[in-house]
Design a protein around this ligand. Structure first.
Ligand SMILES: Nc1ncnc2c1ncn2[C@@H]1O[C@H](COP(=O)(O)OP(=O)(O)OP(=O)(O)O)[C@@H](O)[C@H]1O
Length: 688
């Protein structure tokens, strides 16, 4: 938490913060995405497991989180681009932050700043912020109690110190009496100050811990809400921006209802107590001070404006602290300006102190005031000035908190475009694996003007292998994304065994579709955990099952050769393994999942002959008895498939058996194959 705070605090100059050693957090769709999430929203989405468990969520969305903190890193896998943005956390400053609009798009904080400064805070926002503090109410109440004690002590200090000074000055020649009363006064005061110090320490502790708890709860609900969003939401909003919501904005909101609130209350209490004590110590001097405050404040404002006109940067810095307050606490304008200038320039403060000394000196000379009273009065003047200065920054901080809060509520309240764990679930007997695309048209929500498919139709009979080929960018991966229902098509239907996938439960659907991509996503945990991740319940997987899957995936031998065997940690994204090893672990994971439907994205990266053979053999085992859609790059895969579909011009341009398609000399498939054959000849020549 300290690290997180520090990161947020120092984030102004840091655009990216790379976090190391990520640890997985178990994110279970069955919990995260369950129905009636509102009531459970606080924690259901994020279940931290002591077991090195794995994120289990949509195949399109994996999340990893660092230890010890509610949230430190977010990894989001875009299955389409096959990239994972994770643990490279952009901690942009709060001022560079952005917020999602109702349409799911983000706008920068600069846009929201105008709203913050020009509108009043809605009562609803106040209620929501207070609701956040509700679970911590007892701790916060105790903190307020300690705050009262410590502020009481602080405000009694000038009075008591004045008494000490008077004891010293009025004792006359009787040194013994003076020593005795000075000693007892000092002992008593030390005791009072110690109590005040202890109360303050207790206040800080309680405020800090409850603040962190509030921020933690807020982050957990926000995180859960982010995970419920559809993939298109992640296309529109960059990970860094979401992380910023999770880190900076939550911290600002937490601070505004704990530290900032207590500082504000203390400033109010101290200003009120200070003014009262000034009247108590010397009503005439207090009245005099109040008489000179308005002209001094005017002077301070003029001087302040002059300073601001000199430097643009000074203006910017002052603006935040003062102008918000200027608009809102209009009745305190004079007093606040006094406080502000007191802290910024010291000029008006100095003049004021000088006047107090002048008038106080005269009162002392006429025996109307003691030196101790004058000293106490001066100290109260300081306290009042400081407290008023504190009030203006309290107010601007509070406004920042509301601003950050309103951005968070938008994200928290955002409903995903389609439910993620509701809908029909077919029984094992009903699920055969027949896939059909009927007149599907689709454009990515972020690029509606560029359709990827137009009236595309394709049938994959149950238990057959369909190789999909096509030029780069023709939409092969998009086809896979639509099958996984990461996006909904704009028109037409996609059915599994005659059931429109929009009627099926997306979580159920994804748990029956296995995927192995070109660059398998492995998590920075042990090989065992990476394989177990494929299972419905990773924690229930036995060692035998893991070994069996590894054997079938031709991975067992190389894993056993590692010094730590199945406990070998694979590094971030599996960097400690070779491409072929990663592929085989991913195949073992898919085998453990035992899906009816398989979506494969064949690796184009060159594996050495032995690795290629082992991966190929493992893939063949995995494909047996399943419906397979494979984005094919190898001639051998295409030859072995039951049918080949060629994607071009937003539809299936050709579909049929490999030999049939090759027979069409003008066909696209033939051209593609000739190109590949040509490339292979070239490669062979280069190797010679
Ligand atoms: N998330 C996205 N948002 C908007 N457009 C996208 C998105 N993902 C892909 N596209 C666009 O959709 C088109 C099809 O992309 P897709 O990745 O499906 O093609 P592909 O045939 O798999 O390409 P390749 O063989 O190069 O992997 C491309 O023009 C691509 O730029």
């Amino acid at each position: 938490m300290r690290l997180l705070n520090r990161m947020s605090r120092y984030s102004h100059g840091v655009s990216k913060f790379k976090l190391t050693q990520p640890r997985m957090l178990w994110l279970d769709h069955r919990l995260t995405l369950s129905a009636a999430p509102r009531r459970k929203r606080q924690f259901t989405g994020v279940k931290s497991s002591a077991h090195p468990a794995f994120p289990l969520c949509s195949p399109g969305l994996f999340v990893s989180v660092l230890p010890c903190s509610p949230l430190r890193g977010l990894s989001i896998l875009c299955p389409h681009t096959r990239t994972v943005t994770h643990t490279h956390v952009a901690f942009a400053s709060s001022s560079a932050a952005s917020t999602p609009t109702p349409a799911g798009q983000v706008k920068t904080q600069a846009d929201t700043e105008g709203e913050q400064t020009s509108t009043t805070v809605p009562l609803e926002d106040v209620k929501r912020i207070l609701k956040l503090a509700h679970p911590e109410r007892w701790k916060l109440a105790a903190a307020l109690g300690f705050l009262t004690v410590s502020s009481g002590v602080t405000m009694s200090a000038p009075f008591l110190l004045g008494k000490v000074i008077d004891t010293i000055y009025t004792a006359g020649a009787d040194t013994e009496t003076m020593t005795a009363s000075l000693t007892s006064l000092c002992i008593m005061m030390t005791g009072v100050f110690l109590c005040g110090g202890a109360a303050n320490a207790a206040r800080v502790y309680l405020m800090q811990t409850s603040g962190q708890q509030i921020v933690r709860n807020l982050r957990a609900s926000l995180f859960s809400s982010i995970l419920r969003q559809e993939v298109a939401f992640f296309d529109r909003n960059r990970t860094g921006e979401l992380i910023n919501r999770l880190s900076a904005d939550t911290a600002v909101v937490g601070r505004s209802i704990t530290d900032n609130l207590s500082d504000g209350l203390r400033a109010v209490a101290q200003a009120a107590a200070g003014v009262s004590m000034m009247f108590y110590v010397s009503p005439s001097l207090a009245s005099f001070v109040l008489l000179i405050v308005p002209p001094l404040a005017a002077l301070a404002v003029v001087y302040g404006r002059y300073l601001r006109s000199i430097s643009k940067s000074t203006q910017d810095a002052l603006a935040q602290a003062t102008e918000l307050a200027e608009e809102r606490i209009s009745n305190m304008r004079t007093v606040r300006a006094f406080g502000k200038e007191l802290s910024e320039t010291g000029l008006s403060g100095n003049i004021m102190i000088l006047s107090v000394l002048y008038k106080g000196g005269l009162l002392m000379a006429s025996q109307h005031m003691t030196v101790g009273e004058l000293s106490a009065f001066l100290m109260y003047t300081f306290w009042v000035g400081i407290s008023i200065a504190g009030l203006s920054s309290f107010y601007s901080e509070l406004m920042k908190g509301f601003g950050a809060g309103s951005r968070l509520w938008e994200l928290l309240d955002r409903k995903p475009e389609f439910p993620l764990n509701e809908g029909l679930m077919l029984s094992a007997d009903q699920l055969k694996g027949r896939l059909e695309f009927s007149e599907v048209s689709f454009a990515y929500p972020t690029r509606t003007e560029a359709p990827i498919f137009q009236d595309l139709s394709l049938l994959v009979p149950a238990g057959t292998v369909m190789a999909v080929v096509g030029p780069s960018g023709s939409g092969k991966s998009t086809l896979v994304s639509l099958l996984l229902r990461l996006y909904d098509c704009n028109s037409g239907t996609i059915t599994i065994d005659g059931h429109d996938i929009r009627d099926l439960n997306p979580y159920w659907l994804r748990s029956h579709i296995g995927t192995v991509s070109q660059e398998p996503v492995l998590f920075s945990y042990s090989i065992r955990d990476n394989i177990a991740y494929g299972a419905v319940d990773p924690e229930a997987v036995t060692t035998e099952e893991i070994y069996g899957a590894a054997r079938a995936a031709n991975a067992f031998n190389f894993i056993q050769d590692f010094p730590n065997g199945f406990n070998t940690v694979v590094g971030e994204k599996g960097v400690l393994l070779s491409g072929g090893q990663k592929q085989r672990i991913a195949i073992a994971r898919a085998l453990l999942k035992n899906p009816k439907i398989l979506l494969l994205d064949e690796a184009t990266s060159a594996l050495d002959a032995e690795n290629e053979f082992l991966v190929q053999e493992a893939l063949e085992r995995l494909m047996t008895g399943r419906t397979v859609v494979i984005i094919a790059h190898r001639l051998s895969t295409i030859q072995n498939a039951n049918a080949v579909a060629v994607l071009d011009q937003r539809r299936i341009a050709e579909c049929g058996q490999h030999t049939e398609l090759l027979g069409n000399r003008q066909g696209l498939f033939r051209k593609l194959m000739e190109k590949q054959a040509f490339l292979q000849v070239k490669q062979k020549r280069a190797l010679r």
